[in-house]
Design a protein around this ligand. Structure first.
Ligand code: HEC
Length: 406
């Protein structure tokens, strides 16, 4: 009953999360597009309050858009603010983290790398969201943040440190999600603290009769631009559960970092295309070389001291997406594989069987032969999808999984 409820909750949350994120990111992309294309008012033009204008054809008419300075006492009604898309995206995303991962934190951990308990893993993930924001925010408030390049380098160093740190404890899927969730938290906190904060201050000043102070807008706008450049990497990381080739690789941390850098640069080049005619040449060269680097990294084994056979088995496990059904500690779709080796398994036909190598082999190649009690015969056969060497690495990996849940 309880697991059925959380499954439904996860479906609803995921759908709401995706819809809210599309609305938020769509706005971010459209507003930046409008900013970049705004035709500035010619100096000496009669309308002092006009900053720039833009005409857009859509839905059978032309939207004639003007960006203007606001005067006290002439605040338009209604005046629309944009914040709920962002808040809804974060709230649904955080709830999903709780339902899918924090409820049983051992789903975050990687049993071959660490023996962190479930609650400790969830705590570590949560702490990253808070500490990550404090680091990022203080960095951009500090003298380093006054310069775009030092601020950007400091941000990247922080992301790299977090990826390296979480890489010691989390499995690939959780690692990529963790970094994505940390960056997405910056984005929503930027909206809450800086963008809304400055807009409130700006409106209060106007309402009390003070003139339009563009410095509030500037501060809000610089964080808006951060958000804008973070959208592609965050979208990529949020979708990364579908890219097991990347996060299952040994060198998953360098792959993550190359991807983030490339996607920020792609967005920047797309924005530069108005002033920079060769933008598409650079963009193509960038994407091709980043793809080549990632492809090379995917196949390079790391020099970590973990048993290479088990490491290989873990890669096969992740590449075959076994974990999409066999989530550690969550026996909703399929039994957990942690700590099962050497134990007795009850079968649907009322008999029991010892979980040994030959049982594991049979379970993977002909899963319909023996069905674990309490589960549907839902596992696909991997008969023609694994080489003998991959199969034995996979079996070694499953053997190595210890029950990390107390
Ligand atoms: C589509 C979901 C799904 C995928 C993908 C999947 N399994 Fe399974 N697996 C199941 C289900 C359901 C069962 C329980 C029913 C049964 O015994 O066949 C199961 C049972 C098992 C068992 C027996 C466990 C026990 O306690 O008896 C092993 C071992 C196993 N799977 C390994 C794997 C491996 C390794 C992979 C990846 C190569 C994998 N599974 C992919 C759904 C899946």
């Amino acid at each position: 009953m309880e697991s059925g409820f959380s499954e439904i909750a996860a479906i609803l949350l995921r759908f709401a999360h995706v819809v809210a994120a599309i609305m938020w990111i769509g706005n971010s992309l459209l507003f930046t597009w409008m900013e970049l294309r705004l035709i500035a008012r010619r100096s000496g033009a009669p309308d002092d309050d006009l900053i720039g204008h833009l005409d857009m054809l859509h839905g059978g008419g032309v939207f004639h858009l003007e960006k203007r300075i606001l005067r006290p006492g002439a605040i338009p009604v209604p005046l629309y603010w944009f914040k709920w898309q962002s808040y809804t995206t974060w709230l649904t995303g955080f709830s999903l983290l709780c339902v899918l991962f924090y409820r049983d934190g051992s789903t975050l951990a990687d049993a071959t790398r660490s023996d962190l308990s479930g609650p400790a893993s969830a705590g570590l993930s949560l702490a990253g969201l808070v500490i990550g924001w404090i680091y990022y925010d203080l960095l951009w408030r500090s003298p380093l943040g006054k310069n775009l390049w030092t601020g950007a380098i400091g941000t990247f160093v922080g992301i790299a440190a977090a990826a390296e740190f979480y890489g010691h404890y989390f499995n690939g899927r959780a690692l990529y999600l963790q970094i994505g969730a940390m960056m997405a938290t910056w984005m929503t906190a930027n909206v809450f603290v800086h963008i809304m904060g400055n807009q409130h201050r700006f409106m209060r000043a106007l309402e009390s009769g003070q003139p339009h102070d563009p410095s509030f807008g500037k501060r809000a706008k610089s964080r808006s631009l951060h958000n804008h450049h973070l959208t592609f990497p965050v979208l990529f990381l949020m979708l990364s559960a579908h890219f097991p080739r990347l996060h299952a690789a040994d060198l998953r941390v360098p792959i993550l970092l190359v991807t983030i850098l490339t996607l920020v640069a792609v967005k920047a080049l797309m924005n530069a295309r108005l002033h920079f005619r060769a933008w598409w040449i650079i963009l193509t060269a960038l994407v091709v070389s980043a793809t080549a680097i990632v492809a090379a990294l995917i196949h390079r084994p790391s020099t970590s001291p973990v048993n290479p056979e088990i490491t290989h088995g873990r890669q096969v496990f992740e590449a075959m997406a076994c974990g999409s059904c066999h989530m550690q500690g969550v026996a909703q779709i399929a039994p957990s594989l942690h700590g099962i080796y050497g134990t007795q398994q009850a079968l649907a036909d009322g008999t029991t069987v010892l979980i040994d190598e030959s049982y594991l082999r049979e379970s993977i190649l002909t899963p319909q032969a023996k069905i674990a009690a309490g589960f549907a015969p839902a596992m696909p056969s991997f008969q023609d999808r694994l080489s003998e060497e991959e199969l034995s690495a996979l079996i070694d990996y499953v053997r190595s999984l210890t029950p990390t849940n107390p």
